[in-house]
Design a protein around this ligand. Structure first.
Ligand code: PHE
Length: 472
């Protein structure tokens, strides 16, 4: 039922279901775990401004384009590129590799969230050991985080094995709204703490003197990561969409929800962080330390909120990671004629292995380096700093220069039955502005990145894929 051409391709159960699933893919650890700590490490307000510019000028249009390509072809990323122009197959395969790499570290953090649900029950908030030290000890433990990561991955495997509307859609519908409400509650508590003003100032009063090429690349990479773009995920989701949906409106809605949640996560965390006199640039531990500290400060009721928060975080992570797993699985089904169950199990097994390496790189294997970084950072930096942005650039070039303008217009207006007033602007953005903008940001950012050998390795992968594109 997943093959196009013969028989009917599986579709989303309802319009609400699709929006929720796409928003579920977008809203995840990227918004709640990554966005705040990136903001903290990159100087606050200025990073947020750059991020918003990237979302508005680049990513929204890329999302519209991904939906259009997916629905036009009714095929997942690789098949979509291949049927339109087979020299471009590599761009789809790059997306599958990105999904694989992101799933090399994402389940580790999903596992942390899982573990923190249980820890919130068992006295995390009232323990004598400082919450920051609990986190440090936990992630460097050789067994515990791996145990939770495997549970997290197993849930993914079960959901994706059930297929699109059965699992992914249902999970997103209930839990996304829960997350939103919780974040609002935490934000209210955070901004009413004494001394919270400094956090709001950090967030909303940009200081542009801290900006350099690397900050801009970080903002762009974060925008792609957070919106699930540049690796075929939204192409794949679009391919399950029926011909009546309004693609531009859907893209706008998903983008707004995703951006709203990221900003909200910032508002939840930074005022409290400053109120508690903590450091903004602590890195990946940020949510796992600051949010429990807010809850601990609330007394008894805090434990209930803490449990709820980490459930919501874990589910937000889950609705994103299933979309990543689905990209790889859809490729194996569409291109390699594999059966869904088998594809899911094989893929899940490999991801378990890579995630074990990432988890161990926080402790036992912290001395093992690939191109100068541990496994966790290897997967993270390669995707976030290179593959997604370059994937987005390739998609824009492909759509702008290798697809027919009339076809795009037809797809985005549902054959002329709905309006897309800004079509010309969108088209010019995709064709000219976005490829050039991404190229400039990538060159500026990559030049100033310390891990030169890692960057060259990443670019090497893309070049090799392009050369061997016929075999993919
Ligand atoms: N957007 C997801 C998040 O913010 C991560 C993701 C990236 C999902 C790419 C799918 C594709 O957590």
């Amino acid at each position: 039922m997943d093959k196009s051409g013969n028989g009917k391709r599986e579709n989303w159960g309802s319009r609400f279901g699709f929006i929720m699933a796409a928003a579920g893919s977008a809203v995840g650890l990227g918004n709640i775990w990554r966005f705040p700590y990136m903001t903290g490490e990159n100087g606050g307000g200025a990073f947020i401004v750059l991020y918003l510019v990237c979302v508005l000028v680049i990513c929204l249009s890329v999302m519209i384009a991904e939906f259009a390509v997916g629905r036009r072809t009714s095929l997942a990323a690789v098949g979509a590129y291949k049927t339109i122009d087979n020299r471009w197959t590599f761009a789809g395969v790059l997306g599958v590799i990105s999904a694989f790499f992101i799933m090399g570290f994402y389940p580790v953090v999903g596992g942390w969230a899982f573990a923190y649900i249980v820890k919130s029950f068992s006295g995390l908030l009232s323990s004598a050991v400082p919450i920051g030290d609990v986190f440090g000890a936990f992630i460097s433990n050789p067994i515990q985080p791996i145990f939770w990561m495997i549970i997290f991955l197993a849930v993914n495997v079960i959901i994706v094995a059930k297929g699109i509307s059965g699992g992914i859609e249902k999970a997103g519908k209930i839990l996304m709204p829960t997350l939103f409400v919780l974040l609002i509650l935490i934000s209210i508590r955070s901004i009413t703490l004494p001394g919270a003003g400094a956090g709001l100032e950090f967030l909303f009063k940009p200081k542009f003197d801290v900006v350099n090429g690397q900050t801009v690349l970080a903002a762009l990479g974060q925008a792609f990561f957070s919106l699930s773009l540049g690796m075929g995920c939204m192409i794949t989701y679009g391919s399950y969409l029926d011909k009546k949906e309004d693609l531009t409106k859907s893209a706008l809605l998903v983008t707004m929800m995703d951006t709203g949640v990221a900003i909200l996560a910032g508002v939840a965390i930074f005022p409290a962080l400053f109120a508690f006199g903590m450091e903004p640039a602590v890195g990946p531990g940020l949510v796992f330390v600051v949010v429990p500290s807010i809850f601990a400060e609330m007394g008894g009721i805090g434990a209930v909120f803490s449990v709820l928060f980490f459930i919501a975080l874990m589910v937000a992570a889950l609705t994103s990671s299933v979309s990543l797993l689905e990209v790889v699985v859809a490729y194996l089904i569409d291109q390699k004629n594999m059966e869904r169950k088998k594809a899911v199990i094989v893929t899940g097994a490999i991801m378990t292995f890579t995630s074990i390496l990432s988890s161990l790189s926080m402790g036992l294997m912290s001395g093992v380096k690939l191109f100068g970084v541990g496994f966790f950072d290897f997967f993270d930096i390669l995707t976030d700093k290179i593959f997604l942005a370059i994937g987005g650039m390739l998609l824009a070039i492909f759509v702008g220069w290798f697809m027919k303008k009339e076809d795009l217009k037809d797809e985005l207006t549902n054959g002329g039955t709905i309006k897309f007033g800004l079509f010309e602007i969108w088209y010019n953005l995709i064709k000219y502005v976005i490829p050039v903008a991404i190229a400039i940001v990538a060159i500026m950012g990559i030049r100033s990145i310390e891990q030169t050998s890692l960057m060259l390795f990443g670019i090497g992968i893309i070049v090799v894929l392009a050369i061997f594109s016929k075999k993919l």
